[in-house]
Design a protein around this ligand. Structure first.
Ligand SMILES: Nc1nc2c(ncn2[C@@H]2O[C@H](COP(=O)(O)OP(=O)(O)OP(=O)(O)O)[C@@H](O)[C@H]2O)c(=O)[nH]1
Ligand SMILES: [Mg+2]
Length: 355
């Protein structure tokens, strides 16, 4: 498995400690998780133990009111362990799931580790989830390692997967760090939380024609030289992109390709959507001039997009989507190439495959 197994949240009595740096999304995630566990029929309370951030108490209290879950905090109390001690006395018999929002720091440092250790000793959490923002990209893996070494983690929550182009980097670097991704945050609303499931995630990625892990698989199919060249240079152009799409077609339906890679249960609608997209993309690339195919930046021009759309019989939005997805692919190929650990994992997953 590339990105780890599907996370199975425990549905039962438990204590969850959320930790992480400033602004990573701890408090928001506390609210989202309260809602999630409550939807599983459990009685949930959140604990405000961030004693450093002004108004942390109020922020969590408001969230708890929206979720309609329990809340505990001591306004003005400066000792996190004391809050935890009182919270346990007050809540432990009444609730199934206790979620503790701890204080962040601007950077990983001794003070933070010290406080987390004290809180941990008092709280005795079943789960210690590090909350990191997808914006961190590859740095997320390093952070997961630091926290894991210092206080031990049972999982990672990656927030802001919606807004950032760096989500793939964050996810892969965490997988490589050996930590497990438990949940992902995909928006600011309380319902914007997903249990992490690599299959589903990969299926979402298939929304763009160039799934980087497919790239290697595809090079066997056709236009081997082109693909090889693109990979070696870490540089794709629209011609090699088209070659991949054709290779994909040749190899048969996307679903089968995914299954060859060990990814089962690809949702039907996603497959259908991306097959349709592929056709439009192919038409667009064929309507480009050779110069445009070799110089993808040219296709940022609105006039060129309009011309290609007309020639291909698709909308300008579809052309823009192609350009956008193409850019994403280039980024992901670069990340893939720079990520030796992930390459090794992919290699293990597809044993007949050389990198
Ligand atoms: N788009 C998006 N925004 C998010 C997500 N999760 C959190 N945010 C936003 O990120 C900002 C910071 O979130 P908080 O939950 O306050 O972060 P925190 O880690 O508690 O921050 P501190 O208490 O300052 O350490 C808020 O504006 C949230 O709305 C997410 O999954 N997607
Ligand atoms: Mg907070």
């Amino acid at each position: 498995k590339i990105l780890g197994e599907k996370f199975e949240p425990r549905i039962g009595k438990q204590k969850i400690l959320l930790l992480g740096l400033f602004g990573s999304g701890k408090t928001t995630s506390a609210g989202k998780m309260a809602k999630f566990y409550q939807s599983k029929g459990l009685k949930v309370a959140v604990i405000a133990a961030d004693v450093h951030r002004p108004a942390a108490f109020e922020q969590l209290q408001q969230l708890s009111e929206q979720v309609k879950c329990g809340f505990f905090g001591i306004k003005g109390e400066k000792s996190a362990p004391r809050i935890v001690e009182k919270a346990l006395e007050e809540l432990e018999r009444k609730y199934d799931v206790l979620i503790l929002d701890s204080a962040g720091r601007s950077a990983f440092d001794e003070e933070l580790v010290k406080e987390l250790k004290q809180v941990s000793v008092m709280f005795k959490p079943d789960e210690k989830f590090l909350v990191v923002s997808a914006d961190l990209g590859q740095v997320a893996g390093k952070q997961a390692q630091e926290f894991n070494n210092a206080v031990g983690l049972t999982g990672v929550i990656i927030t802001k997967m919606d807004g950032s182009g760096k989500g793939g980097g964050a996810l892969s670097s965490i997988a490589v760090s050996g930590a497990r991704v438990a949940f992902i945050g995909v928006g600011e609303k309380l319902t914007d939380l997903q249990v992490f499931d690599s299959t589903r995630f990969v299926a979402q990625l298939v929304g763009f024609a160039d799934l980087p892990s497919l790239l290697e698989k595809l090079k066997e199919a056709s236009d081997e030289e082109l693909m090889q060249k693109a990979l070696e240079e870490g540089k794709l152009d629209f011609s090699s992109f088209l070659a991949q799409m054709r290779a994909m077609r040749k190899m048969g339906p996307l679903k089968q390709i995914m299954q060859m890679m060990g990814v089962y249960d690809v949702p039907e609608e996603m497959v259908a959507q991306s097959e349709g997209k592929m056709k439009a993309f192919e038409a667009a690339v064929l309507s480009m001039t050779p110069t445009e195919r070799k110089n993808p930046d040219l296709m940022k021009s609105k006039q060129r997009q309009a011309r290609v759309a007309k020639g291909a019989g698709i909308t300008e939005d579809q052309v823009r989507e192609l350009v956008k997805n193409f850019e994403k692919s280039v980024k992901m190929v670069k990340q893939l190439k720079g990520n030796k650990g992930l390459l090794k994992r992919l290699g293990k997953m597809a044993p007949n495959f050389k990198f």
